[in-house]
Design a protein around this ligand. Structure first.
Ligand code: SF4
Ligand code: SF4
Length: 208
């Protein structure tokens, strides 16, 4: 089999430098065609359904607090291990109470697993794509910042929007037994407190 890297050219093509003329013709055509470059930020793109942007904790309209029930599913499923939650159990009701909720968004890969597994739609990836910072801390969202993100997102949508469910999320969530992330999880000590549930197979140091 013969591999030919250069197309055959006849004498006329060689003399006239046809490729050069073709290139110039293309340049000339493009010169008078309508530009397709988006002049961002003056021209803003439409955010498509299913877009996964800035994280937010949905604020319960009745209580004004986060809807998170500290089930720890998002922590367990996150492949980037960028979610940290601390909670305690209420002495009277035994219900979990969130003490702190942090997302180190710089490590996030925007897979959307966290919002998919959340049973109460407390955590969402909004349609907000414009956020940056001059310091690492600017992209580290604590609970207050995440609720603030929700408020701003809700405002951009015209005020109170209740819960936000993206139609591209999986309605039934994911089967935790199928998650390899839960088996891979290796939680740093500073992310754990006594009795904390941080991952399916996680065991605190010194325990069986
Ligand atoms: S989108 Fe994915 S990587 Fe980002 S916080 Fe959620 S689960 Fe973690
Ligand atoms: S999955 Fe939802 S309810 Fe559970 S800890 Fe995460 S944000 Fe909170």
């Amino acid at each position: 089999m013969q591999i030919q890297y250069k197309p055959k050219r006849n004498l006329l093509q060689t003399i006239l430098h046809v490729e050069l003329l073709q290139g110039m013709a293309l340049t000339l055509r493009t010169l008078f065609s309508k530009p397709i470059t988006r002049q961002y930020p003056e021209e803003r793109p439409d955010v498509q359904l299913g877009f996964r942007g800035q994280h937010a904790l949905v604020r319960d309209e009745e209580t004004g607090a986060s809807k998170c029930v500290a089930c720890m599913r998002c922590v367990t499923v996150c492949p980037s291990r960028c979610i940290r939650i601390r909670f305690h159990e209420d002495e009277d009701t035994s219900a979990r109470v969130v003490d702190s909720y942090d997302i180190e968004a710089l490590r996030c890969v925007y897979c959307g697993f966290c919002e998919e597994v959340c049973p109460v739609n407390a955590l969402i990836l909004t349609e907000v794509f414009e956020y940056s910072g001059f310091q690492r801390e600017d992209i580290f969202f604590d609970q207050e910042a995440l609720l603030d993100n929700w408020d701003k997102f809700a405002e951009s949508k015209g005020g109170k929007i209740g819960s936000y469910v993206n139609p591209f999320w999986r309605p039934r969530g994911m089967n935790a037994d199928k998650l390899t992330a839960a088996k891979r999880i290796d939680v740093p000590d500073e992310w754990t407190i006594e009795g904390q549930v941080v991952g399916k197979n996680f065991k605190a140091k010194g325990t069986e």
